[in-house]
Design a protein around this ligand. Sequence first.
Ligand SMILES: C=CC1=C(C)c2cc3[nH]c(cc4nc(cc5[nH]c(cc1n2)c(C)c5CCC(=O)O)C(CCC(=O)O)=C4C)c(C)c3C=C
Ligand SMILES: [Fe+2]
Ligand SMILES: [Fe+2]
Length: 344
Amino acid sequence: MTSHDHYTGPASRSAHAAAASVQTAVLLVNLGTPAAPTAKALRPWLAEFLSDPRVIDYPRWKWWPILHGVILRLRPRRSAHAYARIWDAQGSPLRWHSEALAKALQAELGPGVRVALAMRYGEPSVASTIEQLQREGARHLLVLPLYPQYSATSTGSVIDAVGDAMKALRWPPELRLVNDYHADPGHIEALATSIESWWVQHGRGDRLLLSFHGIPERYAQLGDPYAEQCRTTTRLLRERLRLDESQLLLSFQSRVGRERWLEPYTDATVRRLAGEGVRKLDVACPGFAVDCLETLEEIAMQNRDFFAAAGGESLRYIPALNDNAEQVRSLAALARRHLQGWPA
Ligand SMILES: C=CC1=C(C)c2cc3[nH]c(cc4nc(cc5[nH]c(cc1n2)c(C)c5CCC(=O)O)C(CCC(=O)O)=C4C)c(C)c3C=C
Ligand SMILES: [Fe+2]
Ligand SMILES: [Fe+2]
């Protein structure tokens, strides 16, 4: 019996009091999302995001004038328009899907472990969430970034934020961190099962395209393992689904700026496939743990339109794993492996 199970009277049975005695915490971290689909909310959020040297590595003196003089004058309005297309009654899909996933993971891991969610950019911040967990008594912290593939621009930046949060603490918790889970068998199985059950409901398209968020090609050349991990996830899914390279393809989306990013680009691939006579194209985005702007707007709307305009019949977006039971089970198993030896 662990300490949280001790009955200490009705007054202390609130969620807060229960959390107060939990010594082990799992901190999920996702990218974050603006507070509202408006240019006013986008500006400070994009400023924080695009000032991160992990994301854009140009020297500050060179990047600062471009960011503040050009990007932050133009992009907030454009991005707000895109966000407005996917914002729903529950708010930003990235936020509410991430919250639902955290809640389901908490239920799966049980009361001995406290599950919290933080955002790398925007609120709730990594630092404030770690402070809160520590106030509640967490002495052991597992950080699980919601990025299956490691990139310095995503996971690496979460590590920076956790390091900065630790600097502010006099007695930081013991720390563990999941670098990636791109080849985790439970994760591959969750992806495969989700695609197969989508096919049971909707029928199979002519091709399956896996579209991952891109990064500048230069980052890969400098040693970022991201592209290689995306290729490995793709190969494992291809093997699991018994498809060949012509049936299951890989591409990279969400290019920003003028540099070359990882290729092949998703928009070019979608148009090429339509031109080659592919009628039904299924697209999944295994790099995103939950649905967000990049899947719901860029793939399910923008690229759907590109495909149709190039002569395709329908691009069908297969939803992210979100809080589905397979993802909850595979992430819980992953967390449990990393929690071994800690009180739970
Ligand atoms: C400009 C450089 C960017 C890099 C490098 C980058 C890498 C990267 N991003 C994700 C995941 C997400 N990105 C999202 C949105 C988004 N990404 C960039 C730029 C870069 N991303 C911008 C400017 C935006 C904001 C929207 C826009 O203005 O276009 C999101 C969605 C957030 C949401 O609120 O829904 C996710 C998720 C990964 C995994 C990654 C590197 C591998
Ligand atoms: Fe991004
Ligand atoms: Fe995008």
